[in-house]
Ligand binder design. Structure first.
Ligand code: UDP
Length: 244
């Protein structure tokens, strides 16, 4: 698989369809595989946090979640075919396992959210097996019990929705104790599935304007976090200059 280097984070050069095929393969492969879906904010965080950068680069699949990463690839002269958002990839995989009978464990978000997401998934993908749920607010000493709960559920797919970098670090720390086939760190996915957070309407997503929709909904959060995007693109331009 071709990868491109965006500020030291290796991103797969693939389409959504290819990402789904690779993910299906990982679900059926030996050992515990990991998928992360970095956006510009995560790549910026990885500049300061070398542990996070190493964890991202140890993934079996790291896709570009965010049009900012696609822009960066164009600046670097190695354009990615498209954005491969964690939410979309997770939904495609959930649909897939609703036909194969493999179970999914939903881990993360505030108490009650994963249970609502489970009910919504069961009506959206009839046949899906949600093997277990657990909220994402816990103490370090609870982790052993959480791992046991996930393992006892028999789930093959584990969605870890604890926000960045908590989910990446949790997956990395416990991967050797887990018996699932595939872990995905997919942030706010459970909130969107449950309907406690809304994704942008299709037209915004198609036009790559999901960020604009979020801005309208949460201006303060985006203003404070949104500074990362110009800083990210400037850093990418500088990194290109350094490579020459
Ligand atoms: N979350 C969690 N445990 C925590 C912190 C966050 O389960 O200790 C959940 C939070 O409830 C939300 C998800 O992680 O469902 C993503 O959080 P946020 O939007 O803050 O992070 P991002 O995805 O933007 O990094």
């Amino acid at each position: 698989m071709k990868k491109i280097d965006v500020l030291g984070v290796k991103i797969a050069h693939i389409t959504n369809a290819e990402a789904l095929e690779i993910s299906k393969g990982l679900l059926n492969s030996e050992g515990v595989s990991k998928i992360f879906t970095p956006n510009p904010e995560i790549i910026m965080a990885a500049q300061e946090d070398t542990e996070l950068k190493e964890i991202l680069n140890s993934a079996d699949l790291c896709t570009a979640d965010g049009i900012g990463v696609v822009y960066a690839s164009k600046i670097l002269g190695e354009p990615l075919p498209e954005r491969v958002a964690g939410f979309d990839l997770a939904c495609s995989l959930l649909e897939h396992i609703s036909h194969t009978g493999d179970g999914v464990f939903l881990f993360g978000a505030k108490p009650g959210v994963a249970e609502i997401a489970k009910a919504k998934l069961e009506s959206k993908y009839p046949g899906i097996k949600v093997s277990g749920t657990r909220n994402g607010y816990f103490k370090d000493e609870d982790c052993h019990e959480i791992v046991e709960e996930i393992n006892n559920s028999g789930a093959k797919l584990l969605l870890v929705c604890l926000g960045v970098p908590k989910q990446e670090k949790w997956i990395d720390k416990y991967k050797d104790s887990l018996k699932v086939s595939l872990c995905m760190g997919v942030g706010g996915t459970l909130d969107v599935l449950a309907g406690t957070a809304k994704r942008a309407p299709e037209v915004f997503i198609k036009l790559n304007l999901e960020w604009a929709y979020r801005f309208m909904k949460q201006p303060n959060r985006i203003i404070s976090r949104g500074k990362a995007l110009p800083q990210f693109l400037i850093k990418v331009i500088n990194s290109k200059g350094e490579k020459k």
